[in-house]
Design a protein around this ligand. Structure first.
Ligand SMILES: *Cc1c(COP(=O)(O)O)cnc(C)c1O
Length: 342
């Protein structure tokens, strides 16, 4: 697929801002090109605008070439940039499969890009026929979330593949929770598809939500467009350093993911045993969606006792559902004990 044909005209024509660090890339003794304060401190210099060291490390870990990696201020940044790169405001649209993560529609709304909403099936999977019916010339990007938030399940791999292959536009797969799934996701297939964008994040399994660091993986043509329109120094020095440090201790992340998965199994069993719980939906993420009698009241009672879960009961297909993040063993124990007293 020729990605150029999908990029907005004004973005294609745009001459991007060129930073001092873009124009000189070597190592020098004296830097008098960026109007920085010359007195040394940890942060007096601008960060690397393309985060080369960090991308190199991520490249080794993920087996994806650095040129196919974009780093953003959370994965929310690439969500916004993808819409801005490919959707003409007031004219084009994105397609989302509901219920799903709220940011796709919000970013589209901010950019005055319409949203086509296609419900997932009752077991929260992709409805290919409904998507095909909803797609028209205006739809430039399809957003899929797998494992899906708030339902927790992986979407069907075959159906996703069918969409990537058949859709004449960009397909984004948000894999924010892929580390918790017993599946490698779509990264190993990235090189087969020029129209595929995979989003991952340091906010969940890596335990770095406060840093704000998200990843997008895609063909070089797509990554170049995102680099062209991002803020020049979008990832600050502290974030780049802290992420590099974290990446040197992958085993800690893996251990924590293992512990969370164990707790997830435990939590599901205990929830299923409760008389008020009508259904615990299958999950491939670090949270569970639970259908419970009088969810709203349960939610409020939990708040009164200092426990906050996410009330998803107003969302289509999630009637009377609470979304509960898997916590530490102590936190989960407190949750279960409290639910048993209600
Ligand atoms: C939490 C979450 C993210 C993470 O967003 P960041 O901006 O990287 O923190 C992305 N997608 C989904 C579906 C999420 O639930």
């Amino acid at each position: 697929m020729n990605i150029n044909a999908f990029i907005r005209e004004n973005i294609k024509k745009l001459k991007p801002y060129s930073t001092a660090r873009d124009e000189f890339q070597g190592i020098a003794e004296v830097y008098l090109d960026a109007n920085e304060n010359p007195f040394p401190s940890a942060y007096n210099r601008y960060p690397d605008p393309l985060q080369k060291k960090l991308k190199q490390r991520i490249s080794e870990l993920k087996g994806i070439a650095p040129e196919k990696i974009f780093l953003g201020n959370g994965s929310d940044e690439p969500v916004d940039l993808v819409i801005r790169a490919f959707c003409e405001p007031g004219q084009d649209s994105i397609l989302i499969t509901e219920p799903t993560y709220g940011m796709y529609a919000v970013c589209a709304g901010i950019n005055n890009v319409a949203v086509k909403r296609v419900p997932l099936t009752h077991d929260f999977n992709i409805n290919i026929d409904a998507i095909k019916q909803a797609v028209n010339q205006s739809v430039k990007v399809i957003f899929l979330c797998s494992p899906n938030n708030p339902s927790g399940n992986l979407l069907s791999k075959e159906k996703i593949t069918q969409l990537i292959t058949d859709f004449n536009g960009i397909v984004v797969i948000d894999e924010a929770y892929i580390d918790f799934a017993d599946d490698e996701g779509f990264l190993p297939t990235l090189n087969n598809y020029s129209n595929l964008i995979i989003l991952q994040t340091f906010s969940k399994a890596w335990g770095l939500a406060g840093l704000r660091l998200g990843m997008a993986f895609a063909s070089e043509a797509i990554i170049s467009v995102l680099n062209k329109i991002k803020y020049p120094y979008n990832i600050n020095i502290l974030t780049q350093q802290a992420a590099l440090e974290k990446l040197s201790t992958v085993e800690i992340k893996n251990k924590q993911v293992g512990a969370i998965l164990q707790q997830r199994t435990n939590l599901i069993q205990l929830l299923q045993a409760m008389p008020n719980v009508q259904k615990v939906y299958p999950t491939d993420a670090n949270f569970v969606l639970v259908k419970i009698a009088d969810a709203k009241n349960t939610y409020n009672q939990l708040i009164k006792r200092g426990i906050i879960v996410r009330d998803r009961s107003a969302i289509e297909l999630c009637e009377n559902c609470l979304r509960i993040t898997v916590g530490t063993p102590e936190e989960n124990k407190k949750l279960i004990e409290t639910l048993n007293t209600l």
